[in-house]
Design a protein around this ligand. Structure first.
Ligand code: GAR
Length: 188
């Protein structure tokens, strides 16, 4: 049973929903977790008939208190894999320990380059000739942990930031379902 954590648009969630419904991932997405009630990802979950749990982090001063509320929901549903798909929050050490080697993240760069929340823009503005996508297991550091899959994307001279974003997202939507499938099949 999979829980997907989101904060925004949810195009990676959609790619996972589609891969599950095509039978490529032999597991179900039982829950979508969001810290942002306005995330479009929640509409995608609703349209797919997936339950969601929304909890704003704003009332919580201590990160682990917030995470504990989420952990309760995961436990209730016996979640075996946590998939971060544009979830723009760090998880507490307590959460990471509990789900060690069972949390995946996708990041729009070839890690360890361009960590953080503006990875595509940072790569575009750096003058680098390529960037890409990384899927990795999550540890206590930001955008860090054992790498599962990585693919590079060339930054062409006539690329705009929008064009580069489009190319990166297309790779993400291919790579993330592939990584989740490998996990579910016990191949990671
Ligand atoms: C994705 O590009 C993902 O790689 C990035 O947020 C976007 C979410 O898009 N994540 C990070 O930057 C994590 N540091 P989505 O909501 O359309 O899936």
């Amino acid at each position: 049973k999979i829980a997907v954590f989101v904060s925004g648009n949810g195009t990676n969630l959609q790619a996972l929903i589609d891969a599950v419904s095509r039978g490529e991932i032999k597991a179900g997405i039982s829950l979508v977790v969001s810290n942002n009630k306005d995330a479009f990802a929640l509409t995608r979950a609703r349209n797919a008939g997936i339950e969601s749990f929304v909890l704003s982090h704003k009332g919580f001063e201590i990160r682990s208190d917030y995470d504990r509320e989420i952990m309760k929901e995961l436990e209730k549903r016996d979640i075996g894999l946590v998939v971060l798909a544009g979830f723009m929050r760090l998880l507490s050490p307590e959460f990471i320990k509990k789900y060690q080697n069972r949390i995946l993240n996708i990041h729009p760069s070839v890690l360890p380059s361009f960590k953080g929340t503006h990875a595509i823009k940072d790569a575009f503005e750096s003058g680098a000739k390529e960037t890409g996508v990384t899927v990795h297991f999550v540890d206590e550091e930001l955008d860090h942990g054992p790498i599962v899959l990585q693919e590079t994307v060339r930054i062409e001279k006539n690329d705009t930031l929008e064009k580069l974003e489009e190319k990166i997202h297309a790779v993400e939507h291919k790579l993330y379902p592939m990584a989740v499938r490998l996990f579910v099949e016990g191949k990671l």
